[in-house]
Design a protein around this ligand. Structure first.
Ligand SMILES: [Zn+2]
Length: 175
């Protein structure tokens, strides 16, 4: 049986009390959360985000890749156009987590196998030290064209064993 059977059921119950038809396009918290695709770390649950609170982007590891930079630059550009002369706040929260599958990407044998069989380079998402990965990601953003300096960035690690987040890099503007 397909997962959609259960999903239709869940959606029917969601839609019954739906009252968010008029949410604005720009999220209430003016924040983007970048996190891992891991099913255990869904920011809506972990950070208590409601519909319309934040934009959530997810990839393997919650890493700042070229694709993430392009998305962020485009979002910031779009929000900037909507804000006009007085740009409002724009925040990025990077949330990585313990026991991440991207730790496997650090294994040279695994990297080699993925490269050989899929032609994909996973080394950019590899995590060996969580705090260092977050710092590297923020550095990558700092040097990225198109991501404006007024974007406030912070880095967190979510512990899948305790459900708690720990701050690694406090919020500060990129530029
Ligand atoms: Zn992960």
């Amino acid at each position: 049986m397909s997962s959609t059977v259960s999903m239709f059921e869940r959606n029917r119950s969601f839609a019954k009390s739906f009252s968010d038809a008029d949410l604005p396009l720009v999220p209430r918290m003016r924040t983007v959360v970048l996190s891992c695709v891991d099913a255990r770390v869904d920011p809506a649950h972990v950070l208590g985000l409601a519909l319309g609170d934040a934009v959530v982007m997810r990839n393997n590891g919650g890493r700042v890749t070229k694709e993430v930079i392009d998305e962020l630059a485009t979002l910031a550009f779009m929000v900037g156009m909507m804000d006009g002369d007085r740009p409002g706040p724009f925040e990025l929260v990077i949330m990585q987590h313990t026991q991440c599958g991207a730790e496997r990407f650090a294994d040279p044998a695994f990297q080699h196998a993925v490269e050989q069989q899929l032609g994909i380079d996973v080394s950019v998402s590899a995590i060996t030290d969580h705090e260092q990965s977050i710092r590297d990601d923020i550095e990558r953003l700092r040097g990225a064209p198109g991501v404006p300096g007024h974007v406030v960035v912070s880095g967190l690690i979510y512990d899948v064993k305790t459900g708690r987040i720990v701050e690694v890099v406090p919020p500060s503007a990129l530029g």
